[in-house]
Design a protein around this ligand. Structure first.
Ligand code: PMP
Length: 353
């Protein structure tokens, strides 16, 4: 059936987000945390939810959550902006600093939404290339900055889907040389050895985005945020919809921040497990890249990646199939799960290889 009205013309080339949600026993495809937050978090949240004034709009400036996030990072509440997942944070950045006549720079392969969100906000995308080992050379960044003069430059550290951490020298150089805003997406930041949060100050046009979806074990909540200069946060407050953060989400984020030690302990466990899975993969006929995240990118050497993916699904193990993505030919990405899930994955993978 043809639709009776057509969408704006520049959406014709844009595709939606595809990550199959299949019914399998072992789901290691979307980089979620393997374990839920502690039981005490649920209790605290249940109490907070019981106190919600349901007939009233939530606090539009989410002051409690903002203050708790600011305290967590040792910054001022005015330096924090939160939204429905870090994807909405990225969208708000593009609405405020991108748009028609402006360009966002990305360095592929990287997180697909870093070019998808600019496109849906009418922002042009300039693409730089990592080298064949997925390292980002500073000369390549310089080339893109000079040619495209981007209003927004996206870095992702650790980078999804490669897992690789951008070195501090590179991020510092990009921050110093970029003509516009620099966004460092640290959705997986706590799994890595260093954070660009140390570069955030009152002036520099650099923000670090974070999410509750991975390290905080709260993908169901859809909550993300950024830390940046107060003057920038004030602009984001203008483009976001009124009351965008509902009362339950505000309560969930605030409650979670009371369990930061538990979060750190879970992250440490995942990092250790990542070491075990990396070592096991190194014994199989696959190429793999060093990961500072909660997932590992690998490429089967002797079989086609898409075929390996199907054989894993047949064994009720779901990983991310990147094998047909540009620059990632034959690659698969596996999220670190519980030791049992990882054993199931490693067992199935050795069989199918
Ligand atoms: N950034 C990166 C690099 C990601 O991998 C993801 C999730 N896949 C996100 C942002 C978005 O996370 P969320 O919207 O769940 O906060």
């Amino acid at each position: 059936m043809t639709a009776p009205v057509s969408p704006r013309g520049d959406l014709a080339l844009v595709e939606g987000y595809h990550s199959p949600q299949l019914d399998v026993q072992v789901r290691l495809n979307t980089n979620e945390a393997p374990a839920p937050p502690p039981a005490a978090f649920r209790e605290r949240l249940a109490e907070a939810v019981a106190g919600i004034d349901w007939h009233r709009y939530p606090d539009r400036s989410y002051r409690g959550l903002r203050a708790a996030l600011a305290a967590h990072h040792g910054v001022e509440p005015e330096q924090v902006f939160a939204a429905n997942g870090s994807n909405e944070v990225l969208q708000s950045l593009c609405l405020a600093y991108g748009g028609p006549g402006r360009t966002a720079a990305v360095f592929e392969p990287t997180y697909a939404l870093h070019s998808h969100i600019p496109r849906i906000t009418g922002t042009a995308v300039a693409v730089g290339e990592r080298d064949e080992d997925f390292v980002l050379p500073l000369e390549e960044v310089r080339r893109v900055l000079a040619e495209a003069e981007p209003a927004i430059t996206f870095l992702c550290s650790p980078n999804n889907p490669t897992g690789m951490v951008e070195p501090p020298e590179l991020v510092r150089a990009v921050a110093a040389e970029a003509p516009g805003l620099v966004v460092v997406d640290e959705a997986y930041g706590q799994f890595a050895g260093w954070s660009a949060l140390q570069l955030v100050d009152g002036e520099r046009p650099l923000v670090v985005t974070r999410t509750f979806s991975k390290t905080w074990s709260m993908a169901a909540a859809r909550l993300g945020y950024l830390v940046g200069p107060a003057w920038l946060v004030a602009e984001l407050d203008k483009v976001v919809l009124p009351y965008h953060l509902d009362a339950v989400k505000q309560a969930a984020g605030t409650a979670a921040l009371g369990f930061a030690d538990e979060m750190r302990a879970r992250v440490a466990g995942i990092v250790e497990e990542r070491g075990r899975v990396t070592a096991a993969l190194a014994d199989l006929p696959v190429d793999l890249w060093p990961s500072g995240a909660n997932f590992i990118l690998f490429r089967p050497r002797e079989r086609e990646g898409g075929e390996v993916w199907k054989d894993l699904v047949a064994r009720s193990v779901l990983v991310r199939d990147c094998s047909a993505w540009p620059r990632l030919e034959g690659c698969l990405r596996v999220t670190i799960g519980t030791p049992d899930e990882d054993d199931a994955f490693l067992g199935a993978l050795s069989e199918v290889l």
